[in-house]
Design a protein around this ligand. Structure first.
Ligand code: GBH
Length: 453
């Protein structure tokens, strides 16, 4: 089936949404007492961002949120996934709330509810207060407790109106790119020395779930990213490398959440724990992490090819190999819709009855979209991408996977982290000089799809 054939029906009550994150769209970095985050620091360091841009202004959503909510209403979406900037709520990462920072999200939430759009809030989409990084960031166990305090403040103000809370966004990416390879803030290059940032993020998640439960009756979950692993080769070493990568990417942040403890091989399982690991994972931590959640957020972009490392004694037990034979996005990521079906059915097979209902909290693609003087912004590749992935979701639902909703990444072209303004993921084109928003043809396509449901 192709974009020509209408999409099949989705289950009643299925949620159609779009997603964004604070540092990528808000700008307004000095407004209303906001403190500095690790991304402010990082983006201003020469050479970190490919085009030298920063999130200082981004889409200026902080000042233009009403226009952006109107764009959402025009789509007819049922839910909007945004993230709250921790340094707006606690400028130095600890202490009492900055009321003016909370006021912004208060206005946003009310504007959404007025247009019948359910607010879905992510508490942490990578913009850690710089003051907490200065004392070790997520390598410091204390950050988990600070995160729970922040969750309490956010839910104290917004818990009556946010319809779904997500604690962390992609802790795997934050650990690997932020603390492992240094491609993202805070720019640490510790390779496997980054693993404590996994445990402390998960501990922070569990503590935040408890804090949220005390202040909201809304469902609570986490947004993880997953990538089906495709071994590139059939040798034992290739399969072992693929299993090692699968444990790191797909299981490290899910096995302990769903009560299975840590996968072996990462130094976190008690069976392999040296003295250091025992100190890292303390008695009771796994129970905190396994606090029941109501929703598993799934972010999916593409599968990963993995082979045995060319250097057997090198720093990593695997090597990434680009997948060939697929169309590619402007980011050079392969377009593999069936990978989303594989991922969803694998999660179901792996976790069975312990798997909570799923929301696809991110899926989308970057293309070099440009606005033409006469006919707007045509992005047929994005329509094909989204159509193909929605068909994959539908097949997974037909195969019995409990998927309750789908959020396109992203509403707007935005600050794409280390790629700056060079990668456009939006349903809406943003001119970063004029801040003019131009809906792309995918916007009209998504609007029509939603209106037919
Ligand atoms: C998400 O991360 C983020 O949550 C969001 O903030 C971001 O803007 C968005 O996606 C788009 O990047 O197989 O070698 O080609 C996505 C994490 C990591 C997913 C890299 C795709 C492909 C690498 N991504 N991965 S490769």
């Amino acid at each position: 089936m192709s974009p020509g054939t209408p999409l099949p029906a989705f289950p009643p009550g299925f949620t159609w949404g779009v997603a964004t994150s604070s540092y990528q769209i808000e700008g307004g970095v000095d407004a209303d007492g906001r403190g500095r985050s690790i991304w402010d620091t990082f983006a201003h360091q020469p050479g970190r961002i490919i085009d030298g841009t920063t999130g200082d202004v981004a889409c200026d959503h902080y000042h233009r949120y009403a226009e952006d909510v109107a764009l959402m209403a025009g789509l007819g979406i049922g839910a909007y996934r945004f993230s709250i900037a921790w340094p707006r709520i606690q400028p130095a990462g600890t202490g009492p709330a900055e009321p003016a920072g909370l006021d912004f999200y208060d206005r946003l939430v009310d504007a959404l509810l007025e247009r019948d759009v359910d607010p879905v809030a992510t508490l942490f989409h990578w913009d850690l207060p710089q003051a907490l990084e200065d004392v070790g960031g997520w390598l410091n166990r204390d950050t988990a407790h600070r995160f729970a305090d922040y969750a309490e403040l956010a839910a104290g103000r917004l818990g009556d109106r946010v319809k779904l809370w997500l604690t962390l966004n992609e802790p795997f990416i934050h650990m690997t790119l932020g603390y492992g390879t240094g491609e993202h803030a805070p720019g640490r290059t510790l390779l496997f020395g980054a693993v404590p940032a996994a445990h402390h993020q998960l501990l922070g998640h569990g503590l935040a779930v408890a804090a949220l439960r005390a202040r909201t009756g809304s469902p609570v979950g986490i947004a993880n990213n997953y990538s089906p692993v495709r071994p590139q080769g059939t040798g034992e070493a290739d399969l072992a490398a693929a299993a090692a990568y699968d444990a790191l990417h797909n299981r490290l942040f899910t096995d302990p959440l769903l009560g299975r403890g840590y996968p072996v091989g990462l130094g976190l399982d008690p069976a392999e724990a040296g003295a250091g690991a025992a100190d890292l994972v303390r008695d009771g931590d796994l129970a905190v992490i396994a606090a029941p959640i109501d929703v598993l957020g799934v972010n999916y972009y593409n599968p990963t090819g993995i082979a045995a490392p060319a250097e057997p004694d090198g720093p990593l037990p695997f090597e990434m190999v680009p997948l060939t034979g697929y169309p590619r996005t402007a980011f050079d990521w392969p377009v593999v819709p069936e990978g989303l079906h594989e991922l969803l059915t694998t999660l179901r097979d792996r976790y069975g009855a312990d798997l909570p209902p799923i929301q696809i909290t991110e899926n989308g693609c970057a293309y070099d979209d440009t606005v033409a003087a006469d006919d707007g912004c045509a992005d047929p590749e994005r329509i094909a991408y989204l159509d193909g992935h929605l068909r994959a979701v539908h097949r997974a639902v037909a195969d019995g996977v409990d998927v309750r909703g789908y959020f396109v990444w992203s509403l707007l072209d935005n600050f794409e982290w280390a790629e700056g303004q060079t990668k456009r993921f939006g349903l809406v084109h943003v001119d970063f000089d004029s801040q003019v928003r131009t809906p792309k043809s995918s916007y009209a396509w998504y609007r029509d799809l939603i209106s037919r449901r």
